[in-house]
Write a protein that binds this ligand. Structure first.
Ligand code: 5AD
Ligand code: FES
Length: 348
């Protein structure tokens, strides 16, 4: 699909024509990654963060936010929970938190890999290549690092330099992670103030160029205690809305651009539409869900944006809830780690 076609779908409003996009994305999903929905247990291991991202509720300047860092034993406990719920992967996610020392994290990864058959995905921000190498050697399989937007000027505006004063180049980091042997995942936010439709088309082309294994896209949800959450969304004709329809179009187009990728139906999408968001994502291109397995007492503190889904439920409730939701749309739960590098079993 070329840029003009992408732009035409991104701005399409005709419901009948959009039905074609949904059907095509669903067909391409089924033919390339099968019917199975893989469940990744998300463990939010720390809400400390040294950065000042203008959109994120974990930014260092949120002085009022109570911070927590799980202990290695707590992380192991959550990983065992994930196993008990039948998930094939755990995702260890945190703000950019040097308090999780690289060696301690490597020990946790090693323990999970020696005790279980779980795949381990890390989502810990912009750490150093030496740390990434150490974690990979400890057995980590995948790394998630969203590039957030392919518009470099907009990215610099919403993602100030880190404590070292350096601007980040996440595309280069993703290539580095790939060279270290990780499966790599990335993604963007949709409807960032100042973003354009052309930026979203470029995001989709960048997904393809990077040959990503995993691609997560979700709506930007304003957090009132962040700089970007206080900016009134400009309603110019170039500005895509941060809504459910726009997100579903991006999910569907991502599937068409990257047929074999693992694409989650994200928590942010579920947050916009608690009743149906996750299901609609799965029926319009997505094949992954990331149920939260973080201990209940920490969930509300991982407040990237307000109103986040599943902060009052515990791991068992989310597991039960999701199995019911998948059964209701006739999709089987995937078994095993569900790697994008392995051809799926069509029978699943
Ligand atoms: N709204 C939506 N998504 C957000 N993220 C961070 N802040 C927000 C927000 N306010 C997303 C970013 C980040 C991921 C972990 O969460 O894309 O990479
Ligand atoms: Fe958490 Fe439904 S998945 S309550």
């Amino acid at each position: 699909m070329n840029t003009a076609e992408l732009l035409s779908w991104l701005t399409e409003t005709d419901e009948l024509r959009l039905e074609q996009l949904w059907a095509e994305a669903d067909r391409v999903r089924r033919e390339n990654v099968g019917e199975a929905v893989h469940l990744r247990g998300l463990i939010e291991i720390s809400n400390y963060c040294v950065r000042r991202c203008a959109y994120c509720g974990l930014r260092v300047e949120r002085g009022d936010l109570v911070r927590y860092r799980m202990t290695p034993d707590e992380v192991l406990g959550s990983a065992r929970d994930a196993l008990k719920f039948g998930y094939g992967t755990v995702v260890l996610q945190a703000g950019e938190d040097p308090g999780w020392r690289a060696g301690d994290l490597a020990d946790v990864v090693r323990r999970i890999k020696s005790e279980t058959a779980l795949a381990v995905t890390l989502s810990l921000g912009e750490r150093s290549p030496d740390e990434w190498r150490l974690w990979r050697a400890a057995g980590a399989d995948r790394y998630l690092l969203r590039f957030e937007t392919s518009n470099r000027a907009l990215y610099d505006l919403i993602h100030p330099a880190g404590p070292d004063g350096k601007r980040s180049d996440r595309l280069a980091m993703l290539r580095e992670l790939r060279a270290l042997g990780y499966e790599i995942g990335s993604g963007v936010m949709i409807g960032i103030p100042g973003q354009t439709y052309a930026d979203l088309a470029r995001d989709l082309e960048t997904f393809r160029e990077l040959d990503l294994d995993m691609i997560g896209v979700g709506p930007f949800i304003p957090h009132p205690d962040t700089p970007l959450g206080k900016t009134a969304a400009s309603a110019g004709p170039e500005q895509p809305p941060a809504d459910e329809l726009m997100t579903l179009k991006m999910v569907a187009l991502t599937r068409l651009m990257c047929p074999r990728a693992n694409i989650p139906s994200t928590t942010a999408l579920a947050t916009l539409n608690l009743a149906q968001g996750r299901e609609l994502g799965l029926q319009r291109g997505a094949n992954i869900v990331m149920p939260n397995v973080t201990p209940l007492k920490y969930r509300a503190l991982y407040e990237i944006y307000p109103g986040k889904a599943c902060i009052r439920e515990d791991g068992a409730q989310c597991s039960f809830c999701l199995r019911g939701r998948l059964a209701a749309i006739g999709r089987p739960v995937g078994r095993g780690p569900g790697s994008a590098r392995v051809v799926p079993n069509r029978a699943e």
